[in-house]
Unconditional design. Structure first.
Length: 312
């Protein structure tokens, strides 16, 4: 029964994602698919190669976040972990847990302990969520509240506050351990110790990697929009990127697909951006940050599986 319900939920989530993209995007943008296709057809091979290079550079920058959170992990291994985990998360609704499970299997095959993998997943999750929640605040500083709207700002501040509270609780777990006692208390104390050690030794590398990753993704969004005929200034670009990344935290669809694109399109159209180029640019960005990650992750997984089979 549980497996059946999980399958129904997955199909419903995928159906919702398809409807949000196919049916709702033209409504939100106020443009026909034929006009969007015309904008995408003018993108040349040289521009596509440049966008691909930006996308890959961003993925490589993120390897510093993973190597900082999991000592001993090589950058090539981190690239494979990120690709495989993202592919699973982008296919399955609520796929974050399944993505973590895939990366745990891969990392354990390279000799990393379950405790180290758990700590890495916890720390990188915090770094990702905090950075996405902080982006709208950066957009506020650059552009002003009129662009983002109160709802997005309140959501960002709330998310950042909750995450900071979670960090504070994690670093002050002694009172909780006294309540739990026994094996659970020992597990939490070990987790607290290891998390604190990883943060102390790896925060510079993780923060630099995250900042480089977000910067390259922001540049990728700007170039995707420019390739489709939209030329934004710094403020609107930061605002659009902030809304896009914050909405990826939506878990009702795999990877937040559909929700992210419609929210970003609505913001751009609200700023006065021509509809067809805006929709085309946002969908091009989604192609790199969502769709193409799926086959890349599949290649990474099968490559790891083949090497494991040969070594076994």
């Amino acid at each position: 029964m549980t497996r059946w319900l999980r399958g129904v939920a997955s199909l419903a989530s995928l159906g919702l994602a398809a409807w949000l993209v196919v049916a709702l995007v033209p409504t939100v943008g106020g443009v026909a698919w034929s006009a969007v296709g015309a904008q995408l057809r003018v993108i040349g091979a040289g521009t596509a190669l440049w966008l691909t290079a930006l996308w890959l550079a961003g993925l490589w920058a993120y390897t510093y976040v993973l190597t900082g959170s999991l000592p001993g992990l090589r950058h090539t291994q981190a690239f494979s972990l990120n690709a495989a985990g993202s592919a699973v998360s982008n296919v399955l609704p609520f796929g974050g847990a399944a993505g973590v499970a895939v990366t745990a299997v891969m990392a354990s095959s390279w000799g990393h302990s379950a405790r180290a993998i758990t700590t890495s997943a916890l720390v990188t999750g915090l770094w990702n969520s905090l950075s996405r929640a902080a982006l709208p605040l950066l957009a506020l500083a650059v552009q002003g509240a009129a662009v983002l709207g109160d709802g997005v700002l309140i959501a960002a501040v709330t998310a950042a506050g909750v995450l900071l509270l979670a960090v504070a609780v994690l670093l002050r777990l002694r009172w909780l351990c006294k309540l739990l006692g026994g094996r659970a208390a020992r597990f939490l104390l070990r987790l607290r110790r290891q998390t604190g050690q990883v943060v102390r030794t790896g925060w510079r590398r993780m923060t630099a990697g995250m900042l480089a990753y977000l910067l390259l993704q922001g540049v990728l969004l700007w170039w995707c929009l420019a390739a489709a005929g939209v030329h934004l200034g710094l403020g609107p670009t930061v605002a659009a990127f902030a809304v896009s990344r914050l909405l990826t935290l939506a878990v009702v669809t795999p990877g937040g697909v559909g929700v992210t694109e419609n929210g970003t399109i609505a913001l751009l159209v609200g700023l006065g951006t021509p509809a067809a180029p805006a929709v085309a640019g946002v969908l091009l960005f989604a192609f790199f940050t969502y769709l193409v990650e799926i086959p890349l992750g599949g290649v990474a997984w099968f490559s790891w599986s083949a090497r494991r089979a040969r070594s076994g």
